[in-house]
Design a protein around this ligand. Sequence first.
Ligand code: SF4
Ligand code: SF4
Length: 202
Amino acid sequence: MTVNYTPMKPNLSEAQDLIALAYRLGAEKINLTEYVYTTRGGVELMPSPQELGTLLDTWIKAGQKWKGKIDVDWHDCRVGLLLPGAEADPYKGCGAGYTHCRITVDRDVTPCVVLPVPVGNLKQQSFAEIWRSAAELHKIRSRDNINSGNCSVCEHKAKCGGCRAASYAWYGDAYAGDPTCWIKPDLPEFGSGTTRKEEAQG
Ligand code: SF4
Ligand code: SF4
């Protein structure tokens, strides 16, 4: 059994208690996932980049503390930048349209569970056809297509690439910067409560 923990503003302080709870429940793993407000929650639930950085730091330390009892794992495009030496090798950053995708109840295929951009539909094409030939999937697999913001000029682009869904949520553009990044912050105005996507929409 794996317990998933999605860090949001109201539950940031509960991270360590949730590991203990998952262990008491008999889980083999607790997985920290990214909160991206393309789903039901709003931007007000989104942790700041600094809060996320602090949380990931304590999460990594907790992984050492709980070793042998419960696997403390996480999903973040920056994982490969945070782990030491060879431990980082398996991580290639954002896997949207590359390691996984999402199939909705309407049979739309999207590059990630939190990136609501349909690239094809299973009523018209087979999954294999979409996976191999959808132009949008080819585009998102190449990080050369990230064309603005922190990720576009980041030395870690190849290893991380930034969360394409967070970019879409904030800018309305899956090929811009990652507003959640604390390594190369992109958001001097973070916390204003209005995303640049909303500003653009007036
Ligand atoms: S700026 Fe983008 S590519 Fe660089 S570390 Fe941050 S999220 Fe990753
Ligand atoms: S867009 Fe990439 S980094 Fe963001 S949740 Fe999806 S796979 Fe993870």
